[in-house]
Design a protein around this ligand. Structure first.
Ligand code: FUL
Length: 489
């Protein structure tokens, strides 16, 4: 009698509480992103603005000898920049506060080579201020590029220059509100004006700037700012400036152990599966051939189709995209760039406007961690970033199958791993069920990471399954979605 009562109570307990609380989440696999990096991943796509004295000389790298008065944008309109970038779907904007020419777009207290020395706006101009405020007005986050290499400054190459560089960083990170990214360019040292010395100066890229100490200023003043440089610490270069990252793209590398030459490019493009540091890739590319505006390139502005391709090959491969849009000498974005960016924003919206999966559809998996509802396959459809489908620890290949009530047409797929527990999937494929009951492969890929987008020929099916065929540890998938796009493949 007592036993029966006990069993009854136990049964009641499991009915009410379920097994959820008792099934442990998977342990992290390898390095995992920091909170700062998770916020950075969510930024996905933002703009770069290259603007300085070289814009007025119609060249790329300024030698450092331009007179401040050469800088004279007569119809500067940072609101236009922000409006256009917002319409393109950008979430932020990073400005070249100082490029290699050394000219400062804000009135720095530590040099006389800045907007404060121009006749333009009677020396009262401040592009950092204008753009940071315009960005905020239009809901864009703001970031800064401060070139470590300075071809103007006499101190370049001495320890005093490093103090100067750090003092400038302090100004930028104190006076212009929240900063989401600090961009440290890898191009460093060579010939320049250097206060009239006009010579070659070579520094040791790794030691000269005392990066650890320099970066600690960023951490102190803007703890949420992600630091970009060739090898991080927060985000790495993707190895090229052509607008794509590797099809296989691990967000991990081992910092300080880059291979030499061509192998380095491949390493930056693909990351390292067993790297010891979480340093995801950022893809930097310009909407025009150059980083700065040149009228001769007015007919070479990237088209919507090219921009979409870049998007799929960057954001769609788990990287972030920073797309450069160089203003004209007038201080406005050229009409062609504006038109293409607006059309790109529309095309992006359209591309992902018809999600076909929803949480009321039937979805099953070959394995669910501890058979727990908490890790059930439906978690990939609940629209929440912090829930995910996971398998038991021993299961590294598994499938989820989604059933529509009636046949649907689709040609795009989006999938995300739950990266707070690391990047795991090595290979996967997508299949649809044929009328004869057999499964047919429509796409296959390698890594997933923060987000993976696949394009394929339009298919019609009622059942679709995602087969994770290889993973470093039990897969954790937080999101899956299918779309029907009218765009090209
Ligand atoms: C490069 C620079 O040398 C280019 O001028 C540009 O700023 C690009 C984003 O990075 O290394």
């Amino acid at each position: 009698m007592l036993y029966r009562k006990l069993f009854f109570m136990l049964g009641l307990f499991f009915l009410c509480v379920g097994t959820e609380g008792r099934v442990k989440a998977p342990s992290p696999c390898g390095p995992v992103p920091t909170e700062r990096q998770l916020r950075w991943h969510d930024m996905e796509m933002y703009a770069f603005i290259h603007f300085t004295t070289t814009t007025f000389r119609d060249i790329e790298w300024g030698y450092g000898d331009a007179a401040p008065d050469e800088f004279k944008p007569d119809s500067l309109d940072c609101d236009q920049w922000a409006r256009v970038l917002k319409a393109a779907g950008m979430k932020g904007v990073v400005l070249t506060a100082k490029h290699h020419d050394g000219f400062c777009l804000w009135p720095s207290r530590h040099t006389d080579y800045s907007v404060a020395a121009c006749q333009w706006q009677q020396g009262k101009g401040d592009i950092l201020k204008e753009l940071s405020l315009a960005a905020r007005r239009h809901g864009l986050k703001f970031g800064v590029y401060l070139s470590p290499w300075d071809r103007h400054d006499l101190r370049y190459g001495t320890p005093e220059y490093v103090d100067y560089f750090r003092a400038q960083l302090r100004e930028l990170l104190t006076d212009y509100g929240p900063i989401f990214e600090v961009w440290q360019d890898g191009a460093n040292g060579g010939d320049g004006y250097y206060g009239g010395a006009c010579e070659q100066r070579v520094i040791d890229k790794l030691t000269y700037y005392g990066w650890e100490q320099t970066d600690s200023i960023i951490r102190e003043l803007q703890p949420w700012a992600a630091i970009f440089s060739d090898e991080g610490p927060d985000t790495r270069w993707c190895g090229t400036e052509s607008g794509y990252v590797g099809e296989t793209n691990w967000s991990t590398i081992t910092r300080g152990r880059a291979p030499e030459g061509a192998a380095r490019t491949a390493w930056l493009q693909q990351g390292e599966e067993n790297g010891l540091d979480w340093v995801p890739a950022e893809v930097d590319v310009s909407i025009r051939p150059g980083w700065f505006y040149h009228p001769r390139e007015d007919k070479e502005v990237k088209t919507v189709a090219q921009l979409m391709d870049i998007y799929y090959n960057s954001v769609g491969r788990g990287a972030n995209l920073i797309l450069n849009v160089p203003p004209m000498p007038s201080g406005r974005i050229h009409p062609t760039d504006e038109a293409n960016l607006r059309a790109f924003g529309e095309a992006l919206k359209k591309e992902f406007s018809k999600p076909l999966c929803n949480r009321s559809m039937r979805i099953s998996a070959t394995n669910t961690r501890g058979r727990s509802r908490k890790f059930a396959p439906i978690r990939v459809l609940d629209g929440k970033k912090d829930t995910y489908w996971a398998t038991d620890d021993s299961v590294k290949s598994a499938e989820i199958t989604m059933n529509f009530e009636t046949e649907r047409e689709f040609n795009r797929l989006s999938i995300s791993e739950y990266i707070p527990l690391g990047q795991r999937v090595r290979a996967w494929r997508v299949e649809t069920k044929q009328n004869d009951g057999s499964w047919h492969q429509i796409a296959a890929a390698t890594t997933i990471g923060h987000k993976r987008l696949l394009k394929f020929e339009k298919v019609r099916a009622r059942e679709v399954r995602i087969c994770i065929t290889d993973a470093k540890a039990c897969p954790c998938i937080s999101d899956v979605q299918l779309f029907l796009s009218e765009g090209d493949n």
